[in-house]
Design a binder for this molecule. Structure first.
Ligand code: GLA
Length: 383
């Protein structure tokens, strides 16, 4: 990939790139729609991701080019930026805008990005491009931010520049991921443990439903707002700053305060899903993959019935998996409304699984899904 990018760079800009960077995408093993409720999540970085090649130019301009999109941009160095339409380069442009709050950018830059994360698949291509840009500028200009500051910066871009009220999980996972490890992250304190993700006889399969994620952003923001309503209503009796502070017992005592049945369903998911992450971390630590798999199915059901962020395509994949002998757990991963599911698939059954799932999925949905076997990779780095 590095050689290919170097070639493209030379063809486009007539000079060699001086620096190369990589940031992965992520899957979340369990703990969905929990990060913005201050609870536990368990993501890991994958080996797909975004590469960035960079060199300074002598003009006061930032040039954005991607091998994935046609649109390119040459944007003059200024003191601040605002989002320009819906173009892909808003993500890295938002990072420039954040850095300009603290530092002057001393020189223009030529940039080329290349990603192999399927866009809109829920594997965090946006966190990947944000973090690769933040990591690169910090490294290249020696700005002195630590990794967590870069994560928080990328989250601000997503929230304030792009306009999605997402939590911290994706940016955190793609920055801090470690090969063969899952991160157990407390989204309230931002403390985390990288735990061995030993899947024994199983592989982690990623199944992309290939469903275009229309309206996903507005529905995501609606879920965030519903959780805030639940929190406000619970706060009439108890003092909480996040829903995940509640145990299931305490929630049962106070849930009558939530007046809207839909909001009650959302809060019930959050409290129970947070418990499931604790149980899943224990199961993984004990090597009890069957239990881990059961928790994955329970998580999916809750996202389908209580949080209502699944859909016919994700349900088709998980329905197939639950009837397929060689899968012990499956669930949607990420925000939902399309995107990807993950499954614990017995090693050696990859081909059979792909064939049978494809037949089933095409018959039910009308077009094929894409199936990958994923390695757990490292977080952001220079390469
Ligand atoms: C998206 C968001 C994350 C998280 C997940 C759902 O990926 O970016 O912050 O909320 O959805 O768990």
């Amino acid at each position: 990939m590095k050689a290919e990018l170097t070639n493209e760079f030379f063809n486009k800009y007539g000079q060699q790139p001086t620096h190369h960077y990589f940031t992965p995408g992520r899957v979340n093993l369990i703990g969905e729609h929990i990060d913005y409720n201050g609870g536990l999540v368990m993501p890991c970085a994958v080996t797909m991701g975004t590469w960035l090649a960079l060199a300074p130019n002598n003009e006061n301009v930032i040039r954005f080019k991607s091998l994935n999109f046609e649109e390119e941009a040459a944007i003059e160095l200024k003191d601040s930026y605002i989002k320009e339409g819906k173009e892909w380069y808003n993500y890295p442009l938002g990072i420039f805008n954040e850095i300009l709050k603290d530092h002057k950018i001393p020189t223009g830059l030529d940039l080329i990005f290349h990603g192999n994360i399927p866009i809109g698949s829920g594997l965090s291509s946006s966190a990947s491009i944000e973090v690769v840009m933040a990591y690169a500028l910090n490294d290249y200009f020696n700005l002195g931010y630590d990794r967590l500051q870069l994560v928080l910066m990328a989250k601000r871009v997503e929230n304030d520049f792009i306009g999605l009220n997402s939590g911290i999980m994706d940016q955190f996972a793609v920055a801090f991921g470690e090969s063969h490890k899952a991160l157990v992250l407390d989204c309230d304190t931002l403390k985390y443990k990288a735990v061995d993700c030993n899947l024994g006889d199983y592989n982690l399969a990623i199944i992309n439903t290939n469903k275009p994620r229309k309206l996903a952003e507005s529905k995501y923001n609606e879920r965030v707002a519903e959780c805030q309503t639940a929190l406000q209503q619970l706060n009439q009796e108890i003092k909480l700053h996040a829903l995940c502070e509640l145990t299931a017992e305490k929630f049962a005592l106070h849930s009558h305060l939530i007046t809207d049945p839909t909001v009650l369903k959302r809060a019930t998911h959050v409290v129970k899903e947070n418990d499931r992450v604790n149980l899943a971390a224990k199961a993984l630590n004990n090597g009890d993959l069957e239990e881990f798999g059961r928790l994955m199915y329970a998580s999916h059901q809750s996202l389908r019935d209580l949080y209502e962020v699944s859909g016919a395509e994700l349900d088709a994949v998980v329905d197939f998996c639950s009837d397929y002998e060689h899968v012990i757990g499956a669930r949607m991963t990420g925000a939902g409304f399309g995107g990807c599911a993950i499954a614990l698939l017995k090693k050696g059954k990859e081909e059979d699984f792909a064939k049978q799932l494809t037949d089933f999925y095409v018959a039910r949905i009308g077009y094929p899904a894409a199936i990958y076997i994923s390695e757990i990779g490292n977080g952001a780095s220079a390469i």
